[in-house]
Write a protein that binds this ligand. Structure first.
Ligand SMILES: *Cc1c(COP(=O)(O)O)cnc(C)c1O
Length: 227
């Protein structure tokens, strides 16, 4: 579904549903709305809570589930300064990546109702995802989860700092709301190579957008060295 600004709205979904014939049960019935927060392709912007609530209302009306690809959902919560249980209150099922900003060496978790989780466990087994002795890795992740608050705050502050340096030379592609900074350039590949020769790693996200991500590997001191 194409959106105006990366945020999937209630109208976008209604339009997508009405775009195809649904008048007989021989046609497919939409069962789930999947959204993402923060939204990686749109510079890590946060999916607004008010829009989530509207989508939930639509899900109730249409008998659909609401899925959140929340790989970076804790970044969204820190950015909005609200607890995860409040931000995800209307979500039926979500995933959270533990090895990105959270800084665990491994893993992600799926959060949802017992029914969803029992079902997911079967798929996990089928896809070879059931690990033995995974408690060791889980213990590290648990420790990281206890400290994610200050951890992600630092990343967000560093992203704002990085954006302030970069915006002296480049146009920012999106507002910086979390730990991602995207800039517009004429030739992304060229800029990335140039940066690399100075020890700065970034991604040529598209032909004309370069993406930077701050993480536990990036310190404020390193950013001052950039200046
Ligand atoms: C990283 C990422 C994933 C995958 O996360 P895993 O922890 O590797 O499963 C899924 N969705 C988005 C938007 C991501 O950025």
């Amino acid at each position: 579904v194409k959106t105006q600004s990366g945020i999937l709205t209630e109208q976008d979904v209604i339009q997508a549903i009405n775009h195809k014939a649904r008048w007989s049960n021989l046609y497919s019935t939409p069962k789930i709305i999947a959204i993402e927060s923060s939204i990686s392709t749109y510079g890590g912007i946060v999916f607004p809570l008010a829009e989530i609530k509207k989508l939930k209302q639509l899900c109730i009306e249409k008998n659909m589930s609401l899925f959140l690809d929340g790989a970076r959902v804790l970044n969204s919560c820190i950015s909005l300064n609200i607890p995860p249980q409040e931000y995800t209150k209307d979500i039926d099922l979500l995933n959270i990546c533990l090895s990105k900003g959270i800084g665990a060496p491994f893993g992600s978790v799926l959060v949802g109702s017992q029914h969803h989780i029992e079902n997911a466990k079967r798929y996990r087994k089928w896809y070879g995802g059931a690990l033995h002795q995974s408690g060791l890795l889980a213990a590290i992740a648990l420790n990281k989860l206890e400290h994610y608050d200050s951890r992600l705050h630092t990343d967000h502050q560093n992203a704002v700092h990085l954006a302030s340096i970069l915006s002296r030379y480049f146009q920012l592609a999106y507002p910086v709301e979390t730990n991602i900074v995207m800039i517009k350039v004429p030739d992304a590949e060229h800029v990335v190579q140039k940066l690399k020769s100075h020890g700065v790693l970034a991604t040529a996200w598209t032909a004309d957008i370069v993406r930077f991500v701050t993480s536990s590997n990036i310190s404020e001191t390193m950013l001052y060295q950039l200046e």
